[in-house]
Design a protein around this ligand. Structure first.
Ligand code: GRF
Length: 185
C-alpha cells in the first residue's frame, strides 16, 4: 500500500476528484488531507470520504520557514510516498521541498507559461488560442519542476465560464491518473 497526503487551501474539487478515483484502490491510500485554511470547503469534501483532516494555520507562525518545519513534523509520521498539492496556496521553502521524496503540483496553465498566482485569469486574458493544465514535480523554484503530464485545449471563443469548466474537467481527469501512474508502476 502506498500512502499519499493531499495539501489544499480552498474549494478542494481536485481533492475530491482524487478521493473519488482512489476510493476503492487497494494500492493507494489517502492517509491525510492537510489545509492551512480552517474555513476551506475542501475540509467538508475530505470528511465525506472519511479522510483524516489536519489543519495547520500559517497565520500562527512568524516565518515561512517555521511553518514549513511544523508542516514536515506533522506529515512525516504519515510516511507519505507522495505529497500531492491540490490548490495549496503557499510558497514552500526548501525545508519542506527537500524533506520528501516526491511532491507534485497541478497548475492551471501550460507551464512554463503563466507561473504563479492568477494563472487561469492571465491565461484566459492572453490572446493565445490554446490553454491547458500541467502536472509537475515540485522543485525549489516556483512552478518549475519536471513536467509529468500536460493537456491543452483550443481556447478561442470560450467564455470565462466555459474556460474554467474546461480547466477543471482536465484537472479532475489527469491528476488522479498521474498519481496512479507514479505509484503503481
Ligand atoms: C486548481 O485550479 C489548481 O490548478 C490550482 O488551484 C486550483 C485548486 O482548485 N493549483 P480546487 O481547490 O481543487 O477546486
Amino acid at each position: 500500500m502506498k500512502n499519499i497526503v493531499i495539501l489544499f487551501s480552498g474549494n478542494g474539487t481536485n481533492l475530491e476528484a482524487i478521493a473519488k478515483n482512489l476510493k476503492d484502490s487497494k494500492d493507494i491510500k489517502i492517509v491525510c488531507a492537510l489545509t492551512n485554511n480552517k474555513n476551506a470547503y475542501g475540509i467538508i469534501r475530505a470528511k465525506k470520504f472519511n479522510i483524516k483532516v489536519e489543519i495547520l494555520e500559517h497565520t500562527k507562525f512568524k516565518t515561512r520557514k517555521e511553518y514549513d518545519k511544523a508542516l514536515v513534523e506533522l506529515l512525516k509520521p504519515y510516511k507519505p510516498d507522495l505529497i500531492v498539492l491540490a490548490g495549496f496556496m503557499r510558497i514552500l521553502t526548501p525545508i519542506f521541498v527537500d524533506s520528501f521524496e516526491l511532491i507534485i503540483n497541478i497548475h492551471p496553465s501550460l507551464l512554463p507559461l503563466f507561473k504563479g498566482a492568477k494563472a487561469i485569469e492571465r491565461s484566459f486574458q492572453s490572446d493565445m488560442k490554446a490553454a491547458g493544465v500541467t502536472v509537475h514535480q515540485v522543485s525549489n523554484e516556483l512552478d518549475s519542476g519536471r513536467i509529468l503530464a500536460q493537456e491543452c485545449f483550443n481556447s478561442s471563443g470560450l467564455t470565462w465560464e466555459e474556460f474554467n469548466n474546461k480547466i477543471k474537467e482536465i484537472e479532475h481527469r489527469i491528476y488522479p491518473k498521474v498519481i496512479r501512474d507514479l505509484l503503481t508502476k
